[in-house]
Design a protein around this ligand. Structure first.
Ligand code: C2O
Ligand code: CU
Length: 544
């Protein structure tokens, strides 16, 4: 592959959105930031200069980075933050990925504005598994916050329940002309009748699954998380934070203007103010001679907020291509099984090192009753590689601490009490792993949890509602053509079963991609050990 170089300069800049001017930390003066464009198999060096006023790291979401956890990015997992006034060069190694991914800050919620698309074209001399589109475009769904995001997050982490909230959503950085003060800046895309466009859709929203549709046009999804899938033709999409999709749009309607629209699908406990029903919009404009309508038509197929049925129906549609050129290798002989509850929880501050302003309990999230806490000021990778003790422990449990009816109503609060710590799960090289994530309704706060794994992609072999049953549910698994992704939603009050081979030595974060859940502790780490040869071991650390 080829080698490409990028310079990213992180700095604060004023932006006026929804009639308010606030300073945001962004890359190279814009949000979304620069597009990284490569062919499959290329390598990219990105020199990140931090001219902001707090430490930040960047993650290359969905890029597996074989044997190269040094450049993966999550703060305190694989590196310490890039401090203001300093820089860090990431080496981003593209291996099997093809399609659309994205990069984003991996420090608190900074990714709200620090993100951009990654376009991975087929390797030179190869082509898409579908007719070549005439042109392409990038569509990034985003969120807007009032005031200063960093202050919001610090506030959120201190006060627990008192939530900062998103004040709106964006398409390519713009709320669109249904929102106040947004008419001039609405994102517009001109299309030619009869042509087909490849839309590269990214959900960079901080805390919500999103519905997405284009008025009077069907969408054909051909890829997800930089893997090709069996084409799905649909009139609407549900996309979780972190996910990416490749979509074919054929401009085959009457010449005119059509809204592209996105709205919140679901979000746990974030019953945000007036913006629940407000839509982020952009406009498709056909080229040609016609009377421009007073307003574009709006997609009638866009499901309404909290239409959980529409969300679930959609997420069950995905299948891998499973063809000769794009084979599926679902691992069958599982060597490590994990059953992991995901829940809202309480940290008892009498027994832990947390502080609250009020009572003795801190609202948190957890996985198997452990609320992940970053091992500030070291990172897990350094500690592992250099054998520094006292930074993390290796006792992340394979099973829930308590068994109860996970999805029942009115569960008692005392089973919500959770430990806090940096507990990792160690896997041998080539370990064959099945994880069943179980959504729990503790504190009556169930929701969807888009679970994301670094360093690997995984097959989604099953999902369902209620409590996972390890006798009957495995019989329903799809071992023939399950979709291979890096992020997938655990249904509200349900479970999700995934499988992967731990064939990438390193230190890999996994977490819910709703940032509130992640920063409150719904996260943990896999350490994948070296395989015994140089080619199966972590590469040497980059020079300092
Ligand atoms: Cu897209 Cu750990 O993140
Ligand atoms: Cu979550």
């Amino acid at each position: 592959g080829e080698v490409h170089y990028y310079e990213f300069v992180l700095a604060e800049k004023n932006f006026t959105k929804l009639c308010n001017t606030t300073s945001k930390l962004v890359v190279n003066g814009s949000t979304p930031g620069p597009v990284i464009r490569v062919h499959k198999g290329d390598t990219v060096y990105v020199n990140v200069h931090n001219q902001g006023y707090y430490g930040v790291t960047i993650h290359w979401h969905g890029v597996k980075q074989p044997r190269n956890p040094w450049s993966d990015g999550p703060e305190y997992i694989t590196q310490c933050p890039i401090e203001p006034g300093s820089n860090f060069t990431y080496e981003v190694i593209f291996s099997t990925e093809e399609g659309t991914l994205w990069w984003h800050a991996h420090s608190d919620w900074t990714r709200a504005y620090v993100h951009g698309a990654i376009v991975i074209l087929p390797a030179i001399g190869t082509t898409y598994p579908f007719p070549k589109p005439d042109d392409e475009d990038i569509i990034i769904l985003g969120s807007l916050y009032s005031g200063n995001l960093k202050a919001n997050v610090d506030y959120d982490l201190t006060y627990g329940a008192d939530l900062p909230h998103s004040i709106g959503y964006t398409i390519n950085g713009e709320p669109g002309d249904l929102c106040p003060c947004s008419k001039e800046t609405t994102y517009r895309r001109v299309v030619d009748h009869g042509k087909t466009y490849l839309l590269r859709l990214v959900n960079s929203v901080v805390a919500a699954d999103m519905f997405f549709a284009i008025a009077e046009h069907n969408l054909t999804i051909v890829g997800m998380d930089a893997n090709y899938i069996k084409p799905i033709t649909t009139s609407y999409i549900m996309i979780s934070p972190g996910q990416t999709m490749d979509i074919l749009l054929t401009a085959n309607q009457t010449l005119g203007h059509y809204y592209i629209a996105a709205r919140q699908s679901w979000s746990t406990i974030v019953e945000i103010t007036d913006f629940d029903h407000v839509n982020a919009t952009a406009i498709i404009e056909y080229r040609g001679n016609y009377t421009i309508p007073l307003s574009p038509s709006f997609p009638s197929t866009l499901p309404t907020y909290k239409d959980l049925k529409a969300a679930i129906r959609f997420s069950n549609l995905f299948r891998s291509l499973a063809s000769k050129d794009h084979p599926v290798n679902v691992p069958l002989n599982i060597t490590t099984r994990m059953y992991v509850t995901l829940s809202f929880s309480l940290i008892d501050c009498q027994n832990s090192t947390c502080t609250t302003l009020g009572g003795g309990e801190l609202l948190a999230t957890s996985a198997n009753n452990i609320s992940w806490s970053n091992p500030v000021p070291t990172d897990i990778l350094q500690a592992y590689y250099r054998n520094i003790s006292g930074v993390y422990t290796t006792d992340f449990p394979d099973q829930p601490l308590y068994y109860y009816n996970f999805t029942a109503d009115d569960l008692p609060d005392d089973i919500a009490i959770t430990d806090i710590g940096s507990k990792v799960k160690v896997l041998n090289y080539n370990e064959v792993v099945e994880v069943v994530f179980q959504g729990a309704n503790l504190m009556s706060a169930s929701g969807t949890h888009p679970m994301h794994l670094h360093g690997h992609s995984f097959y989604v072999v099953g999902s369902g509602f209620g409590n996972y049953n390890n006798e009957t549910d495995p019989k329903t698994f799809n071992l023939v053509d399950p979709v291979e992704v890096n992020t997938f939603g655990v249904p509200k009050n349900g479970w999700l079963a995934i499988r992967f081979v731990a064939n990438n030595p390193g230190v890999w974060f996994w977490h819910c991609h709703i940032d509130r859940h992640m920063t409150w502790g719904m996260a943990a780490v896999f350490i994948v050990k070296n395989g015994g040869t140089a080619e199966t071991s972590i590469r040497k650390p980059p020079p300092h």
